[in-house]
Ligand binder design. Structure first.
Ligand code: TPP
Ligand code: MG
Length: 663
C-alpha cells in the first residue's frame, strides 16, 4: 500500500468496528461506520493529545456522547497509539477486557468519561469545557497560556432528543464556552427507524437560539468539508460550536447503509464481506496494514506537544512560582496542606459551641469555612441558592471572567447540573458540588448513578430532607429518596443530625475523591447533641453510639438527621438500658470492619427501633425481623412541620411505645 488516503484511514475505523462487533456478536457498527470520516479528520488533524500519556493535563478532551458507538473510540485509541492492543479490540464486550460495551473512564486509557446514557456525555463535556475556561482565567498570564485545550463531543440524534441536551446546551451558550465543539451525527436514524416521525426539530435553529455558533449542512462523509467546518469552529471566540454533519449510518454496507438495522447488531457474515467489497478493503478481520498505522501515527505529535507544554510550564513556574505550585497541587488532587486539621478544629469548635440551627444552615457555614481554603471547590444550585444555602461570601459567578469564579447559577436544570458536576469532577483541579431539594434528586438521578459508576469526585447537596419542610406538601416531601440513593453502589449518602455532623459530612465528602457523596440537610432547626472527642471522631465512621446504655443495651434506637433528637428524648424516658445510635451514613457504616459494627450494633441486642422520616423497608436491614421501624410509607402532606411529625407518628410517645412493644 502506498500512502493511504483519508478514506482508507477512516475505513480502518470502520472495519475494526465491523469486525469487533461481528466477533462479539453484539454491538453497534452503524455509528462508527457513519462517523469514521469525521473522527479521522478530527483525531489526525486537530485533536491535541498525547497517546503516550492519556493524562497529560493540557490535552483536548474528547467525549463520545453517543456511547453506543464505543468501537469508534476504541478504534481511534488503538490506531493513534494508546495502550489498547488489537487483542483488546478482539475481546470487545468480553469480561475484563478494556473494551466494554460502552466507553468506561476507569477501564480504558484515553476515555475521559463513561457514556451510554444518551445526552449525559454532552453535559459532561460542558462541565469539562467550563473547567478549562475557569482554569484559563485563573492561571493564564498574557505571555503564558498554560491552560489551552478544547473539548470535542460527538453526539447523535438520541443525545439531542434527550432533555438534558437542552439544559446543557443552554448553559454552554450562556457561558460562551467557545472551546467546546460538538458534532451532530445527523443520520436521521435511531433505533426505531427513520426519525421523521419523532425528531423533526430544527436543530441548527435551536442551537442558534441557545447562542451557539452553528455550522450547517456539512457532508459528514467528506473530509474536506469536515475540515472547513472545524476551521470555522476554531475561529469562534465567544460561542460554542455545533457542527451539523449529514451522515449515513452504516456507511459502506450495501444492504444496511442508511437503515436502523445497522444501528445495534452485527452486520452478519455475508454483509461484512459485501461491505469489504464495496469499500475496497482487502484485509482480514483485525488486520491493519503498517501503512495505515503509519498514516495514523505519523500525524500524532503527542510527545512533542507535551514536551512543548512542559517547557512553557517551566517558564511559567519561574515567573509565577505560587500559581504554578497551586496548579500542580490541584492537578495532583492533593488537598491544601493543613486542610484536615482546619476542618477538625472547626468541627471541634462547633461541638463546643452547640448551635441549634437547620442543618442546611450548618452546611452553608461549613462551605463558608472550607471554601476559602479550597480554590478547587466549585458549586452552585439549581435556582434554589437561598433555600439550599449554597452561596458563601467568596462566591463569584462563573459567568464572569473573574479569576476566582467559583459559583454556578445553574438555573432550573437539575439533570445537566449533576452531569456538569461529573464533568468538572472528572476534570483535574475541581471538587464540584451541586444542590437542589432532595425530592428533585429524581430529576438528577441517573447522573448521580453515573458519578458513582465513574468514581467521580462530586458532592450532591440535597436540602429539605423530609416532611419537615412543611407546607409545600407531598410534591416537595421526599420519602423514598434517601433509601433509593443509598442503594446506588459507591454512593455515600449522609444525613447529619446537627451542625457538628453537618460539618463532619462535608469534610468526609471533600476527602472522598473516588466517588460521590449526597449530603442531605434539613430545612428546620435541629437540636445540638453532646459528644466526647471520640464520638466526634466516630462520625466519620458513618454510625456511632451517641448515647450509651448502662451496661449492655437492652434496646437500641437508631436514627438519622432530625429524628436523632427524637430518639434521644425517647431514650431519656425509656431508662438507662437504652442505647442511641446516630447513623448519618449507612453507606459509610457498612464499610467499617465487623468489630466496629458489632461494637455499635451488637448482635445480641435484637430489640431495635429505627426512626427516619422516609420509607420503612430500608431499615429492616438494621433492625431485623424482631425490630420496628418508625417511618413513612406514604407521600406526606401539606401542613406546618410541627403538625406533620406527630401526624406521621414521630413523637416521643410513639417511639417509647414501639420500643416497649418489643417486649
Ligand atoms: C438515556 C438513554 N435512553 C435510551 C438508550 C438506548 N439507546 C441507545 S442508542 C439509542 C438510539 C440513539 O439514536 P441515535 O443517537 O440517532 O444513534 P444512531 O442510531 O444514529 O447511532 C437508544 C434509544 C440509551 N442508551 N440512553
Ligand atoms: Mg441517529
Amino acid at each position: 500500500m502506498t500512502t493511504p488516503s483519508r478514506r482508507e484511514l477512516a475505513n480502518a475505523i470502520r472495519f475494526l468496528a465491523i469486525d469487533a462487533v461481528q466477533a462479539a456478536n453484539s454491538g453497534h457498527p452503524g455509528m462508527p461506520m457513519g462517523m469514521a470520516d469525521i473522527a479521522e479528520v478530527l483525531w489526525n488533524d486537530y485533536l491535541s493529545h498525547n497517546p503516550n500519556n492519556p493524562n497529560w493535563f493540557n490535552r483536548d478532551r474528547f467525549v463520545l456522547s453517543n456511547g453506543h458507538g464505543s468501537m469508534l473510540q476504541y478504534a481511534l485509541l488503538h490506531l493513534s497509539g494508546y495502550d489498547l492492543s488489537i487483542d483488546e479490540l478482539k475481546n470487545f464486550r468480553q469480561l475484563n477486557s478494556k473494551t466494554p460495551g460502552h466507553p468506561e473512564n476507569f477501564m480504558t486509557p484515553g476515555i475521559e468519561t463513561t457514556t451510554g446514557p444518551l445526552g449525559q456525555g454532552f453535559a459532561n463535556a460542558v462541565g469539562m469545557a467550563l473547567a478549562e475556561k475557569l482554569l484559563a482565567q485563573r492561571f493564564n498570564k498574557p505571555e503564558h497560556t498554560i491552560v489551552d485545550n478544547r473539548t470535542w463531543v460527538f453526539m447523535g440524534d438520541g443525545c439531542l432528543m434527550e432533555g438534558i441536551s437542552h439544559e446543557a446546551a443552554s448553559l454552554a451558550g450562556t457561558w460562551g464556552l467557545h472551546k467546546l465543539v460538538a458534532f451532530w451525527d445527523d443520520n436521521k436514524i435511531s433505533i426505531d427507524g427513520n426519525t421523521d416521525g419523532w425528531f423533526t426539530d430544527n436543530t441548527p435553529a435551536r442551537f442558534e437560539a441557545y447562542g451557539w455558533n452553528v455550522v450547517r449542512g456539512v457532508n459528514g462523509q467528506d473530509a474536506a468539508e469536515i475540515k472547513t467546518a472545524i476551521e470555522t469552529a476554531l475561529k469562534s471566540t465567544d460561542k460554542p460550536t455545533l457542527i451539523c454533519c449529514r451522515t449515513t449510518i452504516g456507511y459502506g454496507s450495501p444492504a444496511k447503509a442508511g437503515k436502523e438495522s445497522s444501528h445495534g447488531a452485527p452486520l452478519g457474515k455475508d454483509e461484512v464481506a459485501a461491505t469489504r467489497q464495496a469499500l475496497g478493503w482487502e484485509y482480514g478481520p483485525f488486520e491493519i496494514p503498517e501503512a495505515i498505522y503509519d498514516g495514523w501515527r505519523v500525524r500524532s505529535t503527542g510527545v512533542q506537544r507535551e514536551a512543548d507544554w512542559n517547557q512553557l510550564f517551566d517558564a511559567y513556574k519561574s515567573q509565577y512560582p505560587d500559581l504554578a505550585a497551586e496548579l500542580t497541587r490541584r492537578i495532583s488532587g492533593d488537598l491544601p496542606e493543613g486542610f484536615v486539621e482546619a476542618a477538625d478544629a472547626y468541627i471541634a469548635k462547633l461541638q463546643a459551641e452547640g448551635p441549634v440551627i437547620a442543618s442546611r444552615k450548618a452546611s452553608q457555614m461549613a462551605i463558608e469555612t472550607f471554601a476559602p481554603l479550597l480554590p478547587e471547590l466549585i458549586g452552585g444550585s439549581a435556582d434554589l441558592a437561598h433555600s439550599n444555602l449554597t452561596l458563601w461570601k467568596g462566591s463569584k459567578s462563573v459567568a464572569t471572567n473573574d479569576p476566582n469564579a467559583n459559583y454556578i447559577y445553574y438555573g432550573v436544570r437539575e439533570f445537566a447540573m449533576t452531569a456538569i458536576s461529573n464533568g468538572l469532577g472528572l476534570h483535574e483541579c475541581f471538587i464540584p458540588y451541586d444542590a437542589t431539594f432532595l425530592v428533585f434528586s429524581d430529576y438528577a438521578r441517573n447522573a448521580v448513578r453515573m458519578s458513582a459508576l465513574m468514581g467521580a469526585h462530586a458532592i450532591h447537596v440535597y436540602t429539605h430532607d423530609s416532611i419537615g419542610l412543611g407546607e409545600d406538601g407531598p410534591t416537595h416531601q421526599p420519602i423514598e429518596h434517601m433509601a433509593s440513593l443509598r442503594y446506588i453502589p459507591n454512593n455515600d449518602l449522609w444525613r447529619p443530625c446537627d451542625a457538628v455532623e453537618s460539618a463532619a459530612c462535608w469534610k468526609a465528602a471533600i476527602l472522598r475523591s473516588d466517588g460521590p457523596s449526597c449530603l442531605v440537610f434539613s430545612r428546620q432547626n435541629l437540636a445540638h447533641q453532646q459528644r466526647n472527642e471520640q464520638q466526634v471522631a466516630d462520625i466519620a465512621r458513618g454510625g456511632y453510639v451517641l448515647k450509651d446504655s448502662n451496661g449492655a443495651p437492652e434496646v437500641i434506637l437508631i436514627a438519622t438527621g432530625s429524628e436523632v433528637g427524637l430518639a434521644m428524648d425517647a431514650a431519656a424516658q425509656l431508662g438507662d438500658k437504652v442505647r442511641v445510635v446516630s447513623m448519618p451514613s449507612t453507606n459509610v457504616f457498612d464499610r467499617q470492619d465487623a468489630e466496629y459494627r458489632e461494637s455499635v450494633l451488637p448482635r445480641d441486642c435484637r430489640k431495635r427501633v429505627a426512626i427516619e422520616a422516609g420509607v420503612t423497608g430500608f431499615w429492616h436491614k438494621y433492625v431485623g425481623l424482631d425490630g420496628a421501624v418508625i417511618g413513612i410509607d406514604d407521600f406526606g402532606a401539606s401542613a406546618p412541620a410541627e403538625k406533620l411529625f406527630p401526624e406521621f407518628g414521630f413523637t416521643v410517645e410513639k417511639v417509647v411505645e414501639a420500643a416497649r412493644a418489643l417486649g
